[in-house]
Design a binder for this molecule. Structure first.
Ligand code: HPA
Ligand code: ZN
Length: 334
């Protein structure tokens, strides 16, 4: 009881949240019907069956196959608005203060939607939620690493105006990690940074890929933080570097269990990160698919690790310090 209210009250920042991964089964079916989208023949027939099928992913790719089908039901600006508003409304009750939202332009531009339509829908919900709850947001575009370099580069061109004026605040890299190591995207990251030197950089690394993916994301892509990164624990040198250079990992506990990165949350190196002074935040990744939003992830970590208030203060402080919000917002949250 006390623990739940303690963890609810902690000011939380989320740094690893794919907006397409907040598409709840119910909304997926509603939008499919509204937009006349035919789901694949072997797709579950009801939202209950769909939700039940999420227990059976055996790896990242298994999940991504379903996630990309879900993306296809999002057509209108209002669909992206509704999706984002539902996510933000939920987490407004979970002590969330600041969130950095990923979106995958290529999942939508490949279906001939404009990047502005997608961005504007997401942004409209963010602006409304700021007015209503004071939650701050930043929007980060992710490139899909299973797409060609040319396609990724062309996607940067489509986003150029949004990157140049800082509306898109950061660049990330997601989708199938192996066999697409970070160094393949060196030129693309360079090009993005040239569009706007203030663009922040991150990449998924060390979820399924080994710790060399983390090192190469840092060395070749010049990222400032690492999404997932839990396989850093396999290399003491990488752990030392993350601690020394204060590179934050955006850890996603429930995601790691559902996608079988670990068997259960107790196997995550949370205590080792704390002992080694590695900054990390706790995030939900794709909450509609992985069984919980940000607070559920905090609660599961606590259930498994019984952390002290001091540990939680370390986690909460690092999540604020690692955020890409404005400096005065940081001060406000600290
Ligand atoms: N990993 C890689 N790609 C993704 C993920 C993830 O956890 N979620 C959505 N796209
Ligand atoms: Zn992710």
């Amino acid at each position: 009881e006390n623990e739940i209210s303690f963890l609810t009250e902690i000011p939380k920042c989320e740094h690893h949240l794919h907006i397409e991964g907040t598409l709840e089964p119910k909304l997926l079916f509603e939008l499919a019907e509204k937009n006349n989208i035919n789901l694949p023949l072997n797709f579950p027939a009801t939202h209950e069956e769909l939700a039940a099928s999420y227990n059976n992913f055996s790896n990242l790719q298994d999940f991504l196959d379903v996630y990309y089908i879900g993306c296809n039901v999002l057509i209108n600006e209002d669909d992206f608005y509704q999706l984002t508003l539902e996510y933000l409304t939920k987490v407004s009750k979970q002590g969330l203060k600041h969130t950095e939202i990923f979106f995958d332009p290529q999942s939508h531009t490949s279906r001939n939607l404009s990047i502005d339509l997608v961005f504007n829908g997401i942004k409209k919900a963010c602006d409304e939620i700021f007015v209503e709850f004071g939650i701050t947001t930043k929007i980060i575009m992710c490139l899909l690493r299973h797409c060609s370099i040319d396609d990724c580069s062309a996607t940067l061109d489509l986003a150029e105006h949004l990157i140049k004026d800082g509306k898109i605040h950061g660049l990330g890299l997601d989708s199938s990690e192996k066999p697409f190591p970070p160094e393949l995207f060196e030129q693309v990251y360079l090009k993005a940074k040239q569009l706007n030197p203030e663009l922040r950089l991150t990449a998924h690394a060390g979820e399924e890929g080994d710790s060399s993916y983390i090192t190469n994301a840092l060395n070749k892509l010049n990222v400032e933080r690492i999404d997932h990164g839990v396989r850093s624990i396999e290399d003491p040198k990488v752990i030392e570097r993350l601690a020394n250079e204060k590179i934050m990992l955006s850890v996603c506990p429930l995601s790691n269990v559902v996608l079988r990165v670990v068997q259960d949350v107790s196997q995550l190196p949370i205590k080792k990160f704390l002992d080694a002074n590695v900054p990390f935040s706790i995030n939900s990744d794709d909450p509609a698919y992985f069984g919980g939003y940000i607070l559920d992830n905090y609660l599961e970590v606590q259930r498994r690790f019984k952390l002290t208030k001091k540990d939680w203060a370390f986690i909460a402080t690092n999540a604020i310090l690692g955020s890409w919000c404005d400096e005065d917002r940081k001060t406000e949250l600290l």
